[in-house]
Design a protein around this ligand. Structure first.
Ligand SMILES: *[C@@H]1O[C@H](CO)[C@@H](O)[C@H](O)[C@H]1NC(C)=O
Ligand SMILES: *[C@@H]1O[C@H](CO)[C@@H](O)[C@H](O)[C@H]1NC(C)=O
Ligand SMILES: *[C@@H]1O[C@H](CO)[C@@H](O)[C@H](O)[C@H]1NC(C)=O
Length: 798
């Protein structure tokens, strides 16, 4: 082609020359001429006359005519010149179309003679046509999965010109996907063929427009273009894709069924049915299928039923989107269930001790577990019990708590506790659960019986009847049951003298005390013993109390006269000096009463006397004194009858007979002395005795004073005591005319003192201790006077 183009400028010249040669060789037969197509009409074609060796006028003369094969008058003869001229423009394409070479045959007919000449006119092509596509636009549909290298033949362009002026090749505007190659078809026509350079993607570019250019080989070349619209056909090469997968969504567990959860969206880049997506659950478990539904068209996920965070906290839902071509994409939705405080806390008792012994150290009452099926703050629980109770909660591990006693319990203070355990969660609103545990405190024998009093004082009138109920002691025990059942008993006494078991008995059940036999105040005025109260616990506890029994006096003893002795074989005789002044103390009657109190308050009374006016008896102390001076006429012997009465009720009395002998010349020197001859040593002893007397006298008087004081105080007290004990002493006033011998037969202390000192021997160094008793020698009677063992203070006439 290139070579052709290079020689092209000389082509017409050469062709013309060639023709001339040819005409000369075959001049007689065929004359060949050549002319370019589209040459203007009238243009010179050939010197025909000359070529025929005719003169120009011959042609006219011989009626030369030119006839073309197709009987069209395309050529004319110029009669004058004999030149062959073009009668009209010749279009090679019209004459020969694609036939090459394009030769117009013609005859020249001559007459005179008839002569026919054959001629040929070669019509040479000029590039007067451009390649032309049948359509300005071609539509080419290519599936997008077409592979690089694929070829797509296109409609060819036509160029009416031939040879080098004909269509040579095709080009396409530069683009990324295709190039074009020029190919020969079976008919030798050149056609364009698109070659795919790169993979296509409809989704990236659905349509391409290329400009296809057909070029011929003319100079200058002519071209024709056509648009090639390439539609890239969709194939289902895109699966649906979920836009935001994995989705995450939170749903309140309180959401009702049919609540919308989320709408998912899958996109499919394909078009049409390949891009139409339907939604579904993928590989869903029964649980998920029962819980969620998905709208096939809209992708909206809804609840089928209520949720329960406590059962399932989240769902992993696989979803699927399928397009019309069957491709599918997968996605996932993570549905988190958001807890709502819809569960009250729970409390589960694991172990429970309903009874706790009192005094037990820290004891576990109950172990329990608390929990809340909610989570987060909704599931945090706080556990409490009332602070006032002696129990504490201890957190053991995790959610386990133990309820323990804070300190030993005391059943006697409180025997039953209701412990309310409150469990509250921290959610909003707060939910609370309460559980009440009842704990019984069981009794332990920790309380000894307690007597109602620490000591009891019981009073018993003496001479009681046997088996007399004298009192009841009682004790209580704050324990319960057998720990509180009390048995009373008498405890052994420490006093060996006291035969308690023969005196007192006790009712073991009710603590009643009985005097077993009659008591005698004079033998036993007071005694004490311990009683015990023992419960029946194990070990048993006991306590004791002191019981004083006071025996109350009854006036069961008559006064007893100590002096003068009444049962002596010989009566005692008191000596009275005739010179005695009025008020002279003749003697003193000494009596005792074994009773006490006013039963022993004695009074003396002169019942009868031989000389009534001579003697006075002092009622309260039994002193017998002279009432007046004695005269010569008074008889020497007197007999007095005295009555000693006590103050009891009934009153008891005793009578005393006194013998008084009036003596003359009564002096100390007449006293009989055991040893008549007194030696100097005896003198000294007398002096010593004198001092002793003084000393003793002063001691005695001091003693007497204190005794009086003591008696006074004692009397006052006794008066009060007896009045308290129900013994009637009028006004607590001690009658002045009585003498108190104080139960023990106490004489006025000086007399008693004397009796004891003198006791036993008839003679002694303490003779002087009877100062007030005249110790005289009876001179007149001449009778031997000797000391009688029964008449200590006086003398017995024998
Ligand atoms: C097409 O034909 C031309 C001549 O007619 C020839 O030169 C060329 O090589 C051919 N091309 C192909 C691809 O056959
Ligand atoms: C404990 O609760 C029970 C039953 O409600 C009741 O009978 C009892 O009296 C309560 N005890 C105390 C100490 O509150
Ligand atoms: C007189 O009575 C006393 C006391 O009862 C007694 O001790 C004494 O022996 C009795 N004397 C005579 C002689 O009966």
């Amino acid at each position: 082609m290139e070579r052709l183009e290079r020689i092209h400028p000389n082509r017409q010249v050469m062709a013309f020359t060639f023709m001339l040669v040819l005409v000369q060789v075959c001049s007689k037969k065929i004359t060949q001429y050549s002319i370019l197509e589209e040459t203007e009409s009238g243009s010179f074609v050939a010197h025909l006359a000359k070529d025929l060796d005719l003169r120009p006028g011959d042609l006219t003369a011989r009626s030369a005519r030119v006839v073309c094969d197709d009987y069209k008058q395309r050529l004319v003869l110029d009669p004058e010149t004999g030149d062959l001229l073009l009668r009209e423009k010749l279009d090679r394409e019209e004459l020969c179309a694609s036939l090459e070479p394009c030769v117009l045959h013609f005859q020249v007919s001559l007459e005179k003679p008839v002569q026919f000449l054959q001629g040929e006119l070669l019509i040479q092509d000029i590039n007067d046509h451009s390649p032309e596509f049948p359509d300005t636009e071609m539509l080419l549909k290519i599936p997008e999965n077409s592979q690089p290298g694929s070829r797509f033949p296109l409609k060819l362009a036509q160029d009416l010109d031939v040879g080098s002026n004909g269509l040579q090749h095709y080009t396409v505007n530069s683009n990324s996907h295709f190039h074009v190659v020029t190919r020969n078809n079976s008919g030798g026509k050149k056609y364009p063929e698109l070659v795919q350079d790169r993979a296509l993607d409809r989704e990236e570019q659905a349509e391409l427009s290329l400009t296809l250019t057909a070029l011929d080989g003319g100079d200058p070349p002519r071209s024709g273009t056509a648009m090639v619209r390439i539609l890239i056909l969709d194939i289902n090469d895109n699966a649906p894709e979920f836009v935001n997968t994995p989705y995450e969504v939170q749903v309140l567990e309180s959401s009702p069924p049919d609540s919308p959860v989320l709408t998912v969206l899958a996109q499919d880049a394909d078009a049409g049915i390949f891009g139409r997506v339907s939604y579904g659950l993928f590989q869903a478990s029964d649980e998920i299928q029962q819980t969620f539904s998905i709208n096939e068209v809209t992708g909206e996920i809804r609840l089928r039923k209520g949720l329960d965070f406590e059962k399932v906290k989240s769902y992993h839902v696989e979803i699927e989107a399928t397009d019309g071509g069957g491709l599918s994409g997968k996605g996932a939705v993570l549905i988190e269930v958001v807890d709502v405080n819809d569960n009250a806390p729970e409390l589960t008792i694991s172990s429970l001790t309903s009874s706790v012994p009192e005094n037990a150290p820290e004891t576990i009452i109950s172990i329990f577990r608390v929990g809340d099926r909610d989570s987060g703050e909704n599931g945090k629980v706080v556990c409490s019990i009332p602070e006032t109770l002696p129990f504490i909660l201890k957190s053991t591990f995790k959610n386990f708590y133990s309820l323990v006693t804070e300190s030993p319990l005391d059943r006697e203070t409180r025997a039953e506790y209701n412990i309310t355990i409150t469990v509250t969660d921290l959610g909003t609103p707060r939910l609370t659960t309460q559980h009440t545990i009842t704990v019984q405190v069981s009794d332990v024998n920790d309380n000894a019986p307690a007597f109602t009093e620490t000591s009891y004082t019981l009073f018993v009138q003496e001479n009681n009847s046997p088996a007399l109920h004298i009192g009841t002691i009682s004790a209580t025990d704050s324990d319960s049951g057998s720990n509180a059942r009390i048995t009373y008993s008498l405890l052994p006494t420490h006093d060996p003298q006291l035969a308690l078991s023969s005196l007192i008995s006790i009712n073991a059940d009710n603590g009643q005390l009985f005097a077993l036999r009659a008591l005698d105040y004079e033998t036993l005025q007071i005694f004490e013993f311990h009683v015990g109260a023992t419960d029946q616990g194990s070990p048993a506890l006991s306590s004791q109390a002191l019981v004083h029994v006071l025996v109350l006096d009854a006036n069961d003893n008559a006064p007893f006269v100590l002096y003068p002795l009444q049962n002596a074989s010989a009566p005692c005789t008191e000596l009275l000096p005739r010179v005695a002044e009025p008020g002279y103390l003749v003697t003193k009657v000494v009596a005792v009463d074994r009773d006490s109190g006013q039963n022993s308050w004695l009074s003396f009374q002169l019942l009868k006397a031989t000389e009534p006016g001579l003697f006075n008896v002092w009622a309260h102390n039994g002193e017998v004194r002279t009432a007046r001076l004695l005269s010569e006429r008074d008889a020497p012997k007197h007999r007095l009858l005295l009555l000693v009465k006590d103050n009891g009720d009934p009153q008891r009395s005793a009578s005393v007979t006194l013998h008084v002998l009036v003596v003359d010349g009564f002096s100390q020197s007449y006293l009989p002395l055991p040893d008549v001859a007194r030696d100097p040593a005896q003198e000294e002893e007398d002096e010593l005795t004198l001092y002793l007397v003084i000393a003793l006298a002063s001691v005695s008087s001091l003693f007497l004073l204190s005794v009086l004081l003591f008696v006074g105080v004692r009397l006052y007290r006794r008066a009060r005591e007896t009045s308290l004990a129900g013994c009637s002493v009028p006004d607590g006033h001690f009658p002045g005319h009585l003498v108190d011998v104080n139960g023990e037969g106490t004489l006025s202390q000086n007399y008693q003192y004397e009796v004891y000192l003198r006791g036993g021997s008839g003679t002694g160094e303490f003779n002087f201790l009877k100062p007030m008793i005249p110790n005289l020698l009876l001179q007149e009677s001449g009778k031997e006077i000797k000391e009688s063992p029964h008449c200590r203070n006086s003398f017995v006439f024998s």
